[in-house]
Design a protein around this ligand. Sequence first.
Ligand code: UDP
Length: 358
Amino acid sequence: MPTLLTILGARPQFIKAAALTRAIERRVDLQWEQIILHTGQHYDSQLSEIFFEELNIPRPEFQFTLKSGERTARMIEMTTGISEVIAKVKPDAVLVYGDTDSTLAGAQAASELGVQVIHVEAGLRSFDMEMPEEINRIATDKISSILIAPTVTAIKNLTNEGIDGSHLTGDIMHDNALHFTKGLAVSKAQSVLLTMHRPSNVDSTERLKSWIDSIGGWCCSKNIKATFPVHPRTKKSLEKLYGTLWSDTLREKNIHTIDPVGYIELLRFIKISSLVITDSGGIQKEAYSCETPSVVIRRNTEWVELVHAGHTVLCPEPAQLSETADSQNGRDIDVSDLLYGNGNAAEDILEIISNELS
Ligand code: UDP
């Protein structure tokens, strides 16, 4: 029985693991045994525990509690810990998702020990080297042996970097969004789902205030309510900016804050909204999967096909928010363009891995 060691550490990775776990359960003929390692990068229950419960992901067999706060020290801690687990488990392959520090730590540990590294979400590029995620993506792709690219653009990016032989599948987050919204009968109303947590938007209180003022100004002018599940990183800055009554201050601007929610609840919010405003990589795609237009409050995106098709508009500066929100709010999104596949990416990935490793 081949063994796959899956490295998880951050919220989007738990969600991604749900799709592959379902595929492993469906394709018993391929006989994969999955062992999950949780690096402890996201450890609080709102960003971690809830997903294992609601998405039926097997409990991690290995779970770290990271001691260091500083990035380099954490990378060393994660890589060392993962190496020890690999030496013990002796997996046939190590699978990493996306672009977090846990992704790179997993890929580094495995490649140093000569174990095959599978990178799911290979080839994505924002071409913004100021984003730590971009460095993680490039480095992980360079040392991975099986590259699973979700889009044609991702394949082209890899080819341009001299990396051939990658595999095109759809996107597993799209698989998940379709799976968990099947049969969810809701109708859209004039409302916004808002999320932001990128350091470039929230670490400076001045920048964060500009976003809140522009988004709140637009919501008030249209008499639209925004629901805002607040990431812990953003919460820290909001408290610094507005004090303990930060949530009341935002409410006066028609922005209703809530704690981070589970995945299915989040998808429901996206589905009922007439607009998503976000800086999240995952949520801009989920907006598409849920047929909701979006404004991405960033200078760039690695999911460029959303912009080309008009499903997403980039809004690099708060001053452009009103114009971009007006252009997107309530637009019809037609997903028959199958930008991210037909919902079977995870099963395709499993077949590719089985063929490559046999
Ligand atoms: N998400 C969630 N609850 C929330 C906010 C986000 O379940 O309150 C999910 C969301 O649906 C998406 C993932 O978390 O699948 C996105 O993670 P995040 O925005 O943290 O990271 P990114 O995609 O930007 O790397």
